[in-house]
Design a binder for this molecule. Sequence first.
Ligand code: ZN
Ligand code: ZN
Length: 356
Amino acid sequence: MRGAVLKEYGEPLEIQTRDVPKIASDEVLIETEACGICRSDWHGWQGDYAWLDGGAVTKGNILGHEPAGEIIGVGDDVTNFSEGEKVVVPFNIVCGRCQKCRDGKSHMCENILHYGFDDDAQPGAFSTHIRVPNADFNLARIPDGISAHEMAGLGCRYITAYHAIADRSGIEAGDWVVIHGCGGIGLSAIDVASALGGNVIAVDIQDDKLSMAEEMGAVEQVNGADVEDVPKAIRDITDGGAQISVDGLGIRTTCLNSIRSVEPTGTHVQIGITSADEKGRIDMPIDYMLHSEIDCITAKGFQPHRYDEIFRLMEHNKIQPQNLVTKHVSLDDINDRLEAMTNFETKGVEVITEFD
Ligand SMILES: [Zn+2]
Ligand SMILES: [Zn+2]
């Protein structure tokens, strides 16, 4: 098989040929048809996450964690899936047996693995083939009429945005919801928040991303480069502050702008991951938050068994994750596309659809 391997942080990934993985009895083998290129791949490539317990991604690892494809091999103990079926694979692979899994919080599984980030235990999906452990629990069948190419954002960005807005934010119909940063995860959050009755205000410093935000359902757009004080602009639009505000980028400016965009008793949602400038740490105005009872919540991934919720919303056109996909590229383009992310030149979700 062919895969894109991290050799040195910030240096081009190297396309290598490796043996197709052997599968255990609970696993399936997938021929990758699509894999989204996510900013968390970019963070891994940069050597970020060094400040987390798990550390930076180990060199020698294949990156990539938003795959969809066709099952071409099925372990003896797998009962829910068979060869030839098209599936989407979450970036968080869970055990289904630990206490967190049994409590319905499998996205916080005690034995969790992440494609592309957990070394040899779970090589990533910028490759022609991947194996899926505990396949009965982790996989989701793609409904008829939807292609794997359209589903590649559902492995990470969309499910995190869905979990953040639908489960964690406390959204109610008519709420003002601000999204700071209209990259893949920000646009996903716009799609979900609009479907759930939120009035979404999109904030970015690039007009083309704001136009896409409008297409995804944002009712107001603020170009942060054109206004002196973004939170003040939000408070003016919302007559005092939004009920919910999301940092979908993870830099100090967007995080603090988000906190200051909400009304007293509002909620700040952090789903952007920080970079080398912040190294996982952003000073928050705690006294201001306390005096205004501003909540700060976070979200990461979701429980793999819940894909049906998303598919039902898609079936009736309440959400359109497929509209996030802006570009199909080849595995050999990966370094060009990661470089483009460095300069924020990508728009929406770019997907690898050619692997050989
Ligand atoms: Zn990701
Ligand atoms: Zn578990």
